[in-house]
Design a protein around this ligand. Structure first.
Ligand code: MG
Length: 253
């Protein structure tokens, strides 16, 4: 009984404080930017991480490479494609996008440095995100898995063991060019490998080359995506993309 009596003033105090706080909140005015935003489109996400969302363009679902020029040259088995003979290039072209690719370098390890599990994802057909077996395989750092080839190494090496499936989630903004060919805005790449950011908003220096410095050459915004044949039987599966369209608001008046 005594304890209850002691508590009562404290409880009353709490109620008073809550009332004061509610009044202060009521006096605050909500900030509004004035921009009139369209309602974001509803997109059903994939069932589990890595699954394509409802609006994805499926580039390879494990059955056929009919969306790729040269696709008939690669071997398909057990839901994946194996690199052979030549590069393959999407028949369609894409501008700014989010691209999901799964790959596995050969379980049987042969070769070393650039000769081990080498392939690549060429954004806009000319900017290579390197695919390589970089699990316990030293090479030049700006040529290891997750690098923008000869432009920058990945921030960290998160390669899984040879033969294990790995993921790339790549966000790419195609470069913009002036009429005279000057770069108005460089290409920008973010790469998440196996759930870890390895490239963050990297500004491309131009096309990636083995034997010469990177350089830009004016090209249309929309370009195909190319997967590289480097003579190693790298596997690919579950390839899809979503083109990105910025949401644009209107200022009133
Ligand atoms: Mg390569």
């Amino acid at each position: 009984m005594i304890r209850n009596k002691l508590l009562r003033p404290a409880a009353v105090g709490a109620v008073v404080l809550a009332a004061v706080a509610a009044n202060v909140l009521a006096l605050q005015k909500e900030y509004k930017s004035g921009i009139i935003w369209p309602e974001p489109r509803v997109v059903a996400p994939g069932e589990k991480p890595g699954d394509p969302p409802a609006d994805a363009v499926i580039l390879f679902d494990g059955k056929d490479l009919s969306k790729w020029n040269g696709g008939e040259k690669w071997k398909i088995e057990n839901g994946y494609a194996i690199v052979q003979k030549s590069d393959i290039t999407t028949k369609d072209s894409f501008g700014d996008y989010q691209l999901h690719v799964e790959f596995a370098t050969p379980e049987k390890v042969t070769g070393s440095s650039q000769g081990r599990g080498n392939s690549g994802v060429f954004l806009a057909n000319r900017y290579e995100v390197q695919v390589l077996d970089s699990y316990d395989n030293k090479t030049y750092f700006d040529g290891q898995c997750g690098s923008l080839y000869k432009q920058t190494p990945p921030m960290v090496n998160v390669c899984r063991k040879p033969g294990e499936w790995q993921t790339y989630d790549i966000i790419f903004e195609s470069p913009r060019f002036e009429d005279d060919g000057k770069v108005a805005k460089p290409g920008i790449v973010t790469v998440i490998q196996n759930g870890v950011v390895v490239q963050n908003h990297f500004e491309l220096h131009g096309s990636t080359h083995y034997d010469m410095p990177a350089a830009y050459e004016k090209h249309p915004l929309r370009q195909p995506i190319r997967l590289q044949n480097h003579g190693n039987p790298v596997k690919f599966r579950n390839i899809w993309l979503r083109e990105m369209t910025p949401i644009v608001g209107k200022k009133p008046g």
